[in-house]
Design a protein around this ligand. Structure first.
Ligand SMILES: [Zn+2]
Ligand SMILES: [Zn+2]
Length: 243
């Protein structure tokens, strides 16, 4: 059984968002810049009162494969990057959803704004390796031998880079969060400081990386959102790690 067949049988769907500073070609979902809509519950920093910085916004119209609660078609993530705010100690990104037909346009006044990068999305599949608890996949790894299997699949494990669904990439191994109903939560959004598509051919080691778009997550890191789709929006849980 070779790479393509293993991906078909065991892979999970992922969308690499591939943020790019090239012109947007009419796309709306993006990292950075000003958010399109105001989501009041996540707009201001509870600690310093500044308007929070937009990290990412995603429109369901462009990315129905992302998780949206019923009735919502707009996802926004914000954090506080004000220099006067003590954000380094505790990286907290806030996620909000809304319906773009009821939301007010944002009053674009942020102290800190990230550069705008629209997406050049690419669908792929990733192999769940950590926390997989998939007996068939485990037996395949045993029959190949772990090192041969890893060599065969090396570019198909959870990759760094902002993406929808797929397997989490983390510098330190993380447990998949569990829902109180007993189900494992699904990974549905990864936000990364380092975007591999922006450094093609760059052979730097990971400890020499720097944030590609000025997006600090404890330095260079990854922010992960999980959900139990059965139990819904209230089960959304975030985890992050950094180098
Ligand atoms: Zn603040
Ligand atoms: Zn649940």
């Amino acid at each position: 059984m070779r790479t393509g067949e293993i991906l078909d049988n065991y892979g999970v769907q992922v969308t690499y968002l591939n943020p790019s500073i090239a012109p947007s070609l009419g796309r709306k979902s993006k990292i950075g810049g000003y958010e399109s809509f105001l989501i009041e519950g996540i707009d201001l920093c509870h600690s310093c009162g500044s308007k929070r910085t937009a990290i990412i916004e995603i429109f369901k119209q462009e990315h129905p494969e992302c998780y949206f609660p019923s009735g919502c078609d707009y996802l926004l993530v914000k954090t506080c990057y004000a220099s006067t705010c003590d954000f380094d100690d505790d990286i907290v990104f806030y996620i909000g959803y809304g319906n773009s037909s009821n939301l007010n346009l944002s009053n674009q006044m942020n102290e800190v704004v990230l550069p705008v990068a629209f997406f050049e999305p690419q669908m792929a599949k990733e192999i769940p390796l950590t926390n997989s608890h998939n007996a068939e996949l485990d037996s395949l790894i045993v029959s190949y031998g772990r090192s041969e299997f890893e060599e065969l699949m090396h570019s198909h494990f959870g990759m760094i880079g902002t993406k929808l669904n797929g397997e989490p990439f983390a510098f330190q191994e993380q447990e998949t969060p569990m829902c109180t109903c007993g189900e494992r939560k699904d990974h549905f959004l990864q936000i990364s400081s380092y975007e591999p598509n922006m450094h093609v051919g760059d052979k730097r080691k990971y400890w020499e990386w720097e944030p590609s778009l000025g997006l600090y997550i404890g330095g260079v890191g990854n922010y992960h959102y999980y959900i139990c789709r059965t139990c819904g929006e209230g089960t959304i849980e975030a985890k992050w790690d950094s180098i």
